[in-house]
Design a protein around this ligand. Structure first.
Ligand code: FHN
Length: 424
């Protein structure tokens, strides 16, 4: 259905199961998720890379855990606030590059239950609440670890004082797989495992992350669980979704997304302000209009938006973020039908916006148009009716050899003026 250029992933021996294929479709239907970057770094309030950037010694950094007591953490409130936005899934950082596990793991004491006075398995609380409130849970999992001595050094985390650059790959790989087994055994259905950090070894092309075996483990434990890897490359064998960072598929403003677009379900992750982890000085939140337009921009490119929030060290979501979520939710209540369950429409994205499509309905999303006429290159299909989605007011249109021109009543000024076309 999508008109955007897509080329298939190279022939693969990985055969996704029926459950997995179903899960991919559900993922594509969902369109909107919320990313949560939460770890010890929230306490430093300068983003999730502080340990690396400030070259903090790993043993000193670990002392943060002794003071981590997010007294206001309330999973029910998080999930309710996120659900109110219309998001259909939450992706939570189970363990980020700092190496601290935000869940109860028996494979390292450096975790929220054993190493903090809080002693609560926040992931368990979140997972239970997601089940209760009916929203999917995805888990971010870092391949990088700036704390563990067995983690092989890559190009980051070199200043954290660990003694052995060689690490011990077998030990670290076993540790990761043990943790993944816990994550996929103890927390109910997990919608996706979202890996990050492959790129840490991009200056060492012979490095083998042994991904196929790891991916197979995930698919064995939960066949419906999607595997994604934020490696900034075209998807590898065994992956179920393709991730883009800070750019919509086909764009590369942030410099991390030059890769081609595969035929797998697509997801773009983006920050709500400018940072992933909590940064106290970053109040530069995108406006509700920008966020909605980004979500629509993703949908017309047949991609999901995974929008990030960095929870505070006290366990609350930042107030501005909660407000943005609520405002996005208000918009989704009205326009969700033109987003959820759609695919990129048969008119490719243009600078004015783009289209989503469901059955014979083509939704024209006009984001930026300084005109009352809009030409749509629709050929081989007949437009039967056109109307403003919001109130059903008919829209006049003219046909010529190259397509159809919509004749709008006014120059569009809404965040997204949606015209619903009924196709033959
Ligand atoms: O290094 C991480 C970063 O902290 C954050 O998690 C983002 C999210 O896409 N991924 C990495 C950078 O590519």
């Amino acid at each position: 259905m999508a008109c955007s250029l897509a080329f298939p992933v190279k022939a693969q021996s990985y055969q996704p199961t029926e459950e997995n294929l179903k899960s991919r479709q559900e993922f594509r239907d969902a369109k909107f998720g919320v990313f949560l970057h939460w770890g010890l770094y929230a306490m430093l309030a300068t983003g999730e890379w502080t340990m690396n950037n400030a070259k903090i010694n790993y043993k000193e950094y670990a002392k943060l855990a002794g003071g981590f007591y997010p007294s206001k953490f309330n999973a029910a409130e998080w999930v309710a606030a996120i659900k109110a936005s219309g998001a259909k899934y939450i992706c939570f950082t189970s363990r980020h590059h700092e190496g601290f596990s935000m869940f109860d793991t028996k494979y390292s004491d450096y975790n929220i239950v054993d190493a903090t006075p809080f002693k609560r398995d926040v992931l368990k609380e979140l997972a239970d609440e997601c089940q209760k409130q009916g929203i999917r849970l995805h888990l971010y999992y870092s391949h990088i670890d700036w704390y563990r001595e067995d983690a092989v050094w890559g190009r980051t985390g070199r200043g954290t004082g660990r003694p052995n650059p060689e690490g011990d790959w077998d030990s670290y790989y076993t540790f990761m797989n043990n943790q993944l087994t816990e994550l996929l055994t103890n927390y109910g259905p997990i919608g996706a495992i979202w890996f990050d950090g492959w790129w840490d070894q991009d200056q060492n092309p012979d490095f083998d992350w042994e991904l196929p075996e790891q991916y197979a483990l995930i698919h064995r434990l939960q066949p419906a669980c999607l595997v994604g890897n934020n490696h900034h490359q075209v998807p590898f064998e065994g992956e179920d979704i393709q991730i883009f960072e800070r750019d919509l598929p086909g764009e590369n403003k942030a410099g991390l997304s030059g890769q081609g677009i595969s035929a797998l379900p697509l997801e773009t992750c983006q920050t709500m302000n400018g940072m992933w982890g909590y940064k106290i000085t970053d109040q530069n939140y995108k406006s509700t209009k920008e966020l909605i337009q980004y979500l629509v921009g993703a949908a017309v490119k047949d991609a999901n938006l995974l929008m990030n929030i960095g929870p505070q060290p006290d366990g609350e979501l930042p107030e501005v973020a909660v407000q943005r979520l609520a405002e996005m939710g208000e918009w989704m209540k009205v326009y969700g039908e033109t987003i959820y369950g759609t695919r990129g429409g048969c008119v490719a994205p243009h600078p004015w916006g783009g289209t989503t499509q469901k059955g014979n309905k083509l939704y024209v999303h006009i984001l930026d148009l300084q005109d009352k006429a809009l030409f749509l290159p629709i050929v081989g299909k007949k437009v039967k009716k056109a109307r403003y989605f919001v109130d059903g007011t008919p829209v006049k249109f003219q046909k010529n050899n190259e397509g159809y021109t919509l004749l709008l009543n006014d120059v569009p000024t809404d965040i997204d003026t949606v015209i619903e076309l009924e196709l033959d």
